[in-house]
Design a protein around this ligand. Structure first.
Ligand SMILES: [Zn+2]
Length: 174
């Protein structure tokens, strides 16, 4: 840390004592931190920060003063464009890429939940309680693989492999 003196250390809030605030607006630093966790391809913009299980979506936590908020990464991105969304509004991936944070009609659009579920069922993405990709992996496993392929930046071949790799479970069958 810097040499800034703290005259009354005993009144500093404990770590982890931040108040969860679902209406917390991000600071410029929060927004900058968000974009450091995004890798842009010519099409989708991929979140490479924390990933939620089991849904495989990106997750972003930010803090201001003693408040914090954890939000879906793609929802945060939509809010940067459209402002904080009302309850009941969800953000739908037209590109079918759960990690995508690019706002636009070919990528992320606002939707109502019922529309979103209808769309997912139409695409066969919902199977019981498990969200599967076309390779039989859970969507979480797929998102982890996609993120790993982007750890050194955008690499078209590595990204394609991550998207189409059936994963260890099926690899052992051969
Ligand atoms: Zn996209």
């Amino acid at each position: 840390m810097s040499g800034v003196s703290v005259p009354t250390p005993n009144v500093r809030p404990r770590r982890g004592a931040r108040i969860v605030d679902a209406t917390l607006r991000p600071s410029a630093e929060n927004v900058a931190a968000f974009w450091t966790k995004v890798v842009k391809s010519p099409t989708c913009w991929y979140w490479v920060g924390a990933i939620s299980a089991p849904d495989g979506y990106g997750r972003f936590n930010y803090q201001r003063a003693n408040r914090q908020r954890t939000v879906l990464a793609h929802r945060f991105s939509v809010e940067l464009v459209h402002g904080v969304l009302e309850d009941g509004i969800v953000c739908e991936h037209k590109c079918n890429e759960p990690l995508c944070v690019r706002v636009g009609h070919e990528h992320l659009v606002q939707s109502t939940y019922s529309e979103n579920v209808r769309y997912a069922i139409a695409l066969g993405r919902l199977s019981g309680h498990t969200l599967l990709d076309g390779q039989g992996r859970s969507r979480y496993e797929r998102s982890i693989a996609v993120r790993a392929s982007l750890k050194d930046g955008y690499d078209e071949a590595a990204l394609l492999r991550a998207k189409t790799d059936p994963g260890d479970a099926q690899a052992t069958l051969f």
